[in-house]
Design a protein around this ligand. Structure first.
Ligand code: ZN
Length: 344
């Protein structure tokens, strides 16, 4: 079968690799239909590593995927051949402490697609545990289903935030994950979400959604806008999706007393942070790492039309044009939210 393989830094090829043949009793085999390009895929391509995850041998890229079930293992009950599905890319050890305790995303031995040394899913076929494979409805496109993965991160953040109906949210960063957090916050009950960035092209796509107010903090005063929308109280929930120090240091500036801050962005280095500013408001801090048990809810939100991810699919490429798709992703065009590779 064909796969999109990162041979080494800046060397991406489409090549023949061994097709997975053996299917475990609890696995399904899937013909991949769509794969989203993630910032992490691009970073492995251009830098060969993320933190302590280093690409030391050729690795198939991609972890945001959907497809069609072509074979099922003997124990699999909820899926059958021909089902349209999307897949959760991280496979934890079933009996790790973390998995047993219900936070399987924190299992240190999780095998996550396209995170070295594990191959990703941008290939004709994958074999995957049925427990991490989810049926999607007929009316959901495969490209939309590939968006479930990044949206699940927004849903993890919104769920951790314990949003109450009518809350006002604020998101720092209008990158893909910032947009996912904003849409998840609205779907989880926020009456309005303010999205702050410094690049107008990034704010443009998300500004088309009802309930979202965008702010370019270089051109407008965030405090004024937050004050106007919240009657001077500050927002109930903040999602930090930039991971940059100047934002994190002052992350409590616009949060209401007793509000919540969810740290989603990952700073490359430890950062300075104003603790007293948090204490005087008794701010609750939450962090997230990927997601757990978010796929079914996320699929429901897209399926019902409550979250429309279609405006976020900036461009789709055919599998044979994958290198071009990655060239565009590396360019990081600020108006691109998600680029998707369609396998057939
Ligand atoms: Zn991703």
């Amino acid at each position: 079968m064909k796969a999109l393989v990162l041979e080494k830094v800046n060397e991406l090829v489409i090549k023949d690799v061994a097709e997975p043949i053996a299917i475990g009793a609890n696995d399904v085999k899937i013909r991949i239909q769509a794969v989203g390009i993630c910032g992490s895929d691009v970073h492995y391509l251009t830098h060969g590593k993320i933190g302590h995850f280093v690409v030391e041998k050729p690795m198939t890229l991609g972890h945001e995927a959907s497809g069609i079930v072509t074979a099922v293992g003997a124990n699999v009950k909820h899926l059958r051949e021909g089902d349209r599905v999307c897949m959760e890319p991280g496979i934890p050890q079933p009996q790790s402490r973390e998995t047993m305790a219900g936070f399987y995303n924190l299992d240190p031995d999780v095998q996550f697609w396209a995170t070295p040394p594990y191959d990703g899913c941008c290939s004709d076929y994958v074999v995957h545990p049925a427990a991490f494979t989810f049926k999607i409805p007929e009316h959901m496109t495969f490209a939309e289903a590939a968006m479930v993965e990044p949206l699940a991160i927004g849903m993890q953040a919104a769920t951790k935030a314990q949003i109450k109906a009518g809350d006002i949210g604020l998101v720092y960063g209008a990158g893909t994950i910032g947009v996912m957090c904003a849409l998840s916050a609205l779907a989880s009950g926020c009456a309005e979400v303010i999205v702050v960035d410094v690049v107008n092209e990034k704010l443009k796509t998300v500004s088309s959604y009802d309930g979202i107010t965008t702010v370019n903090s270089l051109e407008q005063n965030v405090a004024d806008i937050v004050g106007k929308i919240t009657g001077g109280q500050g927002v109930n929930v903040i999602f930090e999706c930039c991971g940059i120090e100047p934002v994190i240091t002052h992350i409590c500036d616009h949060v209401a007393p007793n509000g919540t801050v969810v740290l989603v962005g990952m700073p490359v280095e430890p950062v300075k942070f104003d603790i007293v500013a948090a204490q005087v408001k008794e701010v609750t801090f939450k962090t997230i790492f990927r997601y757990a048990n978010m796929y079914p809810k996320t699929i429901n939100l897209i399926s019902s039309g409550k979250i429309n991810v279609r405006p976020l699919i900036s461009k789709t490429y055919k599998f044979e044009d994958s290198l071009e798709a990655y060239r565009r992703a590396v360019e990081a065009n600020p108006s691109d939210v998600k680029i998707i590779i369609e396998m057939e």
